[in-house]
Ligand binder design. Sequence first.
Ligand SMILES: NC(=O)c1ccc[n+]([C@@H]2O[C@H](COP(=O)([O-])OP(=O)(O)OC[C@H]3O[C@@H](n4cnc5c(N)ncnc54)[C@H](OP(=O)(O)O)[C@@H]3O)[C@@H](O)[C@H]2O)c1
Length: 334
Amino acid sequence: MARREQLSGKIAIVTGASSGVGWQSAVRLAEQGVRLCVTARRREALELLRKQVEASGGECLVVPGDVTVAEDVERVVRECLARYGRIDILVNDAGVQTYGYFDQLPWEHIQRTVDVTCLGFLRFAHAVLPHFRQQGSGHVLNVQSMLSKGAAPLLSVYSASKHATLGWAKALALELHGTGIHVSNVLVPSVSTPMFDHAPTQLDKKPVPVPPTYDVDVVARAVVRCALKPGRTVVPVFLQGKLPLWMNKLAPFVGDFILGRYGVRMQTEDQPLHRPDGNLFQPVPQGVGPYGSVPPTPKWKRLTAVVGLAALAGGMLGGAALGVRGLVGDVSHR
Ligand SMILES: NC(=O)c1ccc[n+]([C@@H]2O[C@H](COP(=O)([O-])OP(=O)(O)OC[C@H]3O[C@@H](n4cnc5c(N)ncnc54)[C@H](OP(=O)(O)O)[C@@H]3O)[C@@H](O)[C@H]2O)c1
């Protein structure tokens, strides 16, 4: 069956659709004939998305809401059901990256980041699952992060939230085994979204993604692939995806060394900025649409980085092997 036919007519709720991954995923799903219910706090941004989708022949219901407010979440689900009669896919995407050294983050920022980025996913799934169970089918598709498995300095609470959502998603998939309801995850690398243009930061410097940065469309296309073939955890890229996952198993000290030594510098630009709250508690006008101010890293630079990393890992592994041989030699001479 053609891809478009498989998804055509399905109904999806997409959270965090006013910018970045959520926006672009909504556009790509609509291209496959998926009928949308999009949500986030910024109504005007969602209306722009609706116009774009409808101009291409798609269907798009706008229901603004805050993922930390249970009544908002229930209203989104209710209005989606009232318009379309069913829900097939929940794309859990809304999230906030909160930058700062852990001990310098105000406690209310810590709680709010977990509430949006972790509990927001759980709240939406909790609201749609009764309908999925009634239908005997459904798909909870979670936009995760490479930080659902790894870690980065300045993003401790965000990492904690993403680790928690991945753990929850895995357990949920086990609970739903055999029910016809699927759970998928897309492990997202750094992508060129507006997140870095409105994220809260305690550092008084502009936050930037850990390089390399990918085009947001790479993730949106992975979301569509998951929608077509549910029940998987997808890692859409190599350099900041499959490679670090392998390296963390084979030689975890390489990633720890790079991020421990350079992680803070990699994630801040010398541009002064005072944005302690960003879009954490209230939405902000900056950063509407799929793309942000940080462009994707050119392909040639990504290839150069692969070669450099391979050389570094080889050197460190070689050094470690020589060290072990030296130690064995020492012991055998005693
Ligand atoms: N960009 C990256 O490099 C990257 C890397 C790994 C993972 N991800 C993941 O990708 C997902 C989307 O991020 P993005 O990069 O697309 O960032 P983004 O452009 O900032 O999008 C975040 C979305 O979440 C919404 N949102 C934030 N707080 C909300 C709240 N309290 N209630 C409802 N909606 C809320 C925002 O809209 P409103 O402000 O209008 O509410 C926005 O639509 C997140 O789960 C993030 O963790 C991103």
